[in-house]
Design a protein around this ligand. Structure first.
Ligand code: CMP
Length: 307
């Protein structure tokens, strides 16, 4: 899942180059403090999907703050300025005067207003003496935007090397890049299962996959598990499952991760239809269907592409 709706307004005028050169102030902290920050981020529903590099940069940039008992750390309705992680002490979360929750060390709070550019959804008060780590919204958003832009540039350059996409105008590729997610699979994972309903389309960015179909007579070998017939191997730049973007596709083959780590760029039907306008959908579908390295799972014929 991507974090949608993150605002990058404050840095909107900075170029990628300027952003990449921006150095955020780093605050020294013990390994224990770093571990606490990372664990808190990974436990938070709204932040756990951040990339590893983003988490590291956020951890570096967090600075220590402390509050006395009864201090109001966050006031409901205010514009959010910081995201906090509690290291010591307890805080009380309340909304319209009603206590909702108390929280102890290792929790993130104040993330909602910063992530979603809304006003503070609740008040947070220090119950006792509190030691916290804080990151300012501008710094947080720059980190988010920086990694977002680097990813965007990488995906763009990659798609330009994929024949099905390289013929599309840049502005179309940019729109596709905007709705792509990256998914990672381990060797042996079924990325697609024959017979299952599918709503996602995949482009292999790294690694290889094996396409197989059910066949009770197959004893299984190095290329396919027992009961499955090996059809072909697909690798970097190959795509599969595009039928799912426009119709209720029942998958007609299995696609199994073959190399150790398989990275796919993934697009689902909702993003495809909602985020791209019809003309673009049509040109992408045309580009995909007239090029041989987009694989229609139901038109597969075995090849000798065994590795
Ligand atoms: P934010 O809206 O930025 O500021 C108030 C914070 O309180 C909010 O982010 C969340 O981190 C936290 N918060 C809001 N509602 C709840 C809740 N029901 N339980 C726990 N924490 C909450």
């Amino acid at each position: 899942t991507r974090l949608m709706g993150i605002s990058a307004e404050p840095q909107a005028s900075l170029s990628l180059l300027e952003l990449m050169e921006t150095k955020f102030a780093e605050y020294p902290k013990s390994q224990a403090a770093r571990d606490l920050i990372v664990a808190a981020i990974l436990e938070n529903d709204f932040m756990k999907n951040l990339g590893q590099q983003q988490i590291e940069e956020i951890t570096d940039a967090m600075s220590p703050v402390s509050y006395q008992p009864d201090d109001l750390i966050i006031k409901e309705g205010d514009i959010g300025s910081d995201v906090f992680i509690l290291e010591e002490g307890r805080v009380e979360v309340s909304k319209e005067g009603r206590v909702l929750h108390t929280m102890g060390p290792g929790k993130v709070f104040g993330e909602l207003a910063v992530l979603y550019n809304c006003t503070r959804t609740a008040s947070v008060k220090a119950i006792g003496l509190c030691k916290l780590w804080a990151i300012h919204r501008q710094c947080f958003q720059s980190i988010m935007m920086k990694t977002g832009l680097i990813k965007q540039k990488e995906y763009m350059e990659f798609l330009k090397t994929v024949p099905s996409f390289s013929k599309l105008p840049d502005e179309h590729i940019t729109k596709i890049v905007d709705v792509l997610e990256e998914a990672v699979y381990k060797q042996g994972d079924y990325i697609i299962r024959q017979g299952a309903k599918g709503v996602t389309f995949y482009i292999i960015r790294k690694g290889t996959v094996r396409v197989t179909i059910k066949d009770p007579d197959e004893p299984g070998d190095l290329n396919s598990p027992p009961g499955e017939k090996f059809i072909r191997t697909l690798g970097r730049g190959d795509s599969f499952g595009e039928r799912a973007l426009t119709s209720d596709d029942i998958r007609t083959a299995n696609v199994i991760a073959h190399s150790e780590d398989v990275h796919c760029l993934v697009m689902d039907r909702d993003s495809f239809l909602v985020c791209l306008h019809t003309q673009l959908c049509n040109s992408v579908m045309t580009a995909l269907s007239c090029l041989s390295n987009s694989v229609h799972l139901d038109q597969l014929v075995p090849n000798d592409n065994r590795q």
